[in-house]
Design a protein around this ligand. Sequence first.
Ligand code: ZN
Length: 304
Amino acid sequence: MGFRLANVEGRAVLVVGDHFFDVAEASGGSLPSDPMQALEYGMALRELSANLGGGEPTGALADVRLSAPVPRPRNSLAVGLNYKNHAEESGLPIPDAPMVFCKFPSCITGPTGNVEMRSDYVDFEGELVVVIGKEAKQIAEEDALNYVAGFCIGQDISDRPAQFTSTPPQFNLGKSFDTYGPIGPVLVSPDAIDPDTDLMLTTEVNGEVRQRDSAKDLIFDVPYLIAYLSQILTLYPGDLIFTGTPGGVGVMEGRFLRDGDLIRTTIEGLGSMENRCVRVADHSRASVIPDALKSALANAAKNK
Ligand code: ZN
């Protein structure tokens, strides 16, 4: 049931087990090879995926490096404080409306892409990402899942100084540095996910588990978010919604990502992705620690 869509060198492929099939070739040219276009053909991809058995795969996953399954979203939205334990650890009340910001599409990178850090206060946030499959405007909550192409894993990498540097804080830039939006490894259609799964989300840094929670424990769930957002802006195929991160982010312990760290993010049923952290040049305000971050760090030190 369902399908797993990926991106190999800019071409849409269907993943079956350890192998992949080029979508345009396997469909005899009736489906597009551009991953952004292919994800609009959910029904056809389902059919094609079901009929691949016995065919000769295009290649083995072990021999290629996957790119972002959705490489050029028109919009990329994200939700803050969408898990109770993360709102609590942040010392903030449970929100009564989604707290939404943008991860500019230019920050999107693939499931093995390097994270290029430009301060010493860069943090991980493992998240479930929703990929929109068809144009959605003013959609009711009960219809919302019909507009979903699938789900993938995301990291909402965050430069904490940039996130809190202005008054009031404005998250968009701190979360949109180039390479701060790894997604992947594949786009999994909703019907390819075992309905009984807990979608357990784990973020490990160098093998140490730092976040572990069910991606089903959202305060505002996926249908609610689609309904809410689509009242405001039209969602288009390929648009991304990062649904928020559970507790355990580095800032709460005063432990940030370091040069050479390996972030491994896993969601049960969606796979895993691994992103290496590379410390590159400072951005201009990297040494300016905003007061909000100073007090978070003081709290973290106190709680040790
Ligand atoms: Zn986040």
